[in-house]
Ligand binder design. Sequence first.
Ligand SMILES: Cc1cc2nc3c(=O)[nH]c(=O)nc-3n(C[C@H](O)[C@H](O)[C@H](O)COP(=O)(O)OP(=O)(O)OC[C@H]3O[C@@H](n4cnc5c(N)ncnc54)[C@H](O)[C@@H]3O)c2cc1C
Length: 500
Amino acid sequence: MAVLGGGTAGAVVAARLIELTPWSVTVIEAGPDYGAFAAGGWPADLLDALTLPDTHDWGYRGAGVPGGAELTFERARVIGGCSAHNGCSQTTGYGPDYHRWGLSWDDKQVAQAMRDAAAALRVRAYSDDELTPFQAAAMEAMVACGIPRTDDLDDLDGGVGCGPSPVNNPDGVRWNTAFGFLDPVRAEPRLRVLDHAVVDHVELDGPTARRAHIRRHDRGVTVEAERFILCGGAYGSAEMLLRSGIGPASELAAVGIRPRLDLPGVGQNLHDHPTVELRFTASEELTRRLAEYGGTRPVPDEQVIGKARAATDPYDLHLFPWTERDRDGGWICVLPVACLTPHSRGALRLASTDPTAKPFIDHRYLTDAEGADLAALRDGVDLCRRLVASKPLAPLLARPLNAVSADRSPDDKALRAAFGHYWHPVGTCAIGDDPASGAVVDTTGRVHGTDNLWVIDASIVPTIPRATTNLPVVAVADHLARAMATPPPQPDPLENRACA
Ligand SMILES: Cc1cc2nc3c(=O)[nH]c(=O)nc-3n(C[C@H](O)[C@H](O)[C@H](O)COP(=O)(O)OP(=O)(O)OC[C@H]3O[C@@H](n4cnc5c(N)ncnc54)[C@H](O)[C@@H]3O)c2cc1C
């Protein structure tokens, strides 16, 4: 068994297969494997859950909103993947979203998968007395603006509400999936991790994947296996399939790749939660209060989340305020709003056959014909402006830093100029029944038209959930890995006899 990509989902899949089957599993990861947490070899920035590190980034860039600035699309290149450098907010979203994926999981199983994921990642909620003065005021402002206080951010039935975020940061450590899933099975000799190993492509013989071609320390290596599971993430898995000749045939031919399997959906359906950010300098009062807070403990960037409604029940916006340092050591307060139900869809396509070359990534943010995404964000910005003017927050904010923060009714240009994303790309190898309609994998994660090639990670999510995506990715990886490890039940001969 070869797991291609040892990131968030890859660590889960490898660990479950080791645990539940007698198979040997080789994990092939482009970045470094720093070993078990207890061995003490992990770099401090990846462990520190207070702020986002940038030392292990793939360096993806691409179009933002049409006509707007190019954006960076951060993705971690290290064992544990993005779970090893992300913001550690762990929300579960809205239960019915998960049934639209077509998987064989009911409400109970989804809830159990989320609970298991949260337990493995040691998720807890911030208590009120841990909140920084900015985070506490932002939460009070949400309540003042009609978003009720709640503790149900990890409840699949929850609606509009705000509260301290569930986080996976025991003792300040970002508890990634390598710690939560791989560490318990690291001593198992059937597990092998090949790090600094970039998968170029998987070689197909008809419908059967025979070997993965890998580049490691400037050398070509091949790995043979009975099954191959791509876990490269929303960009990486699509790239690996395309380089293997699996994708839209005409697009592949255009970059010089011989098409092996014409699957028009590979790289398509790319979507994320689009955001707009209001930005302010901190007032003298907030600067003083943050210094007081920071005198006794570290200051986390991000601690509270609000779920609000623009147009879709029960909620379709996330508010996730954060603080960051400016160049002079002062504080910047950011009030972002994310549209959780985006309609716009983009695409990823290869620029070349070289696995070290970056692909073209165009999310086509805010391009849906009805303008629903922009309308939701406009409502979100109106809400943020009310937060800014509210009694708890107003004294803490000083100078607006962009037009959307300064104007009472910002125009579309100002909104687009303040555009960002929530780091949650999904959908480029979507689950579905019909390849002609864009489905890439079936409901087990197996690539249509192949007999031993799977994709299990954020790329298979056909429609993004109303959640930060880490926990949902872990949950779906665990669900599909368990299904792969469990043979389908055989008919019970005694039951047949009783019926006869
Ligand atoms: C900056 C940032 C902040 C975020 N904050 C949050 C948050 O607070 N809460 C939340 O829930 N979600 C957050 N997310 C999103 C969440 O982390 C991701 O949705 C999730 O981790 C995706 O998991 P994945 O397994 O699909 O991909 P990844 O975790 O990206 O795993 C892919 C792995 O495959 C490897 N790989 C790719 N291509 C190859 C190749 N060719 N050869 C070998 N290996 C390869 C990569 O190096 C990586 O290790 C954030 C993401 C980012 C980037």
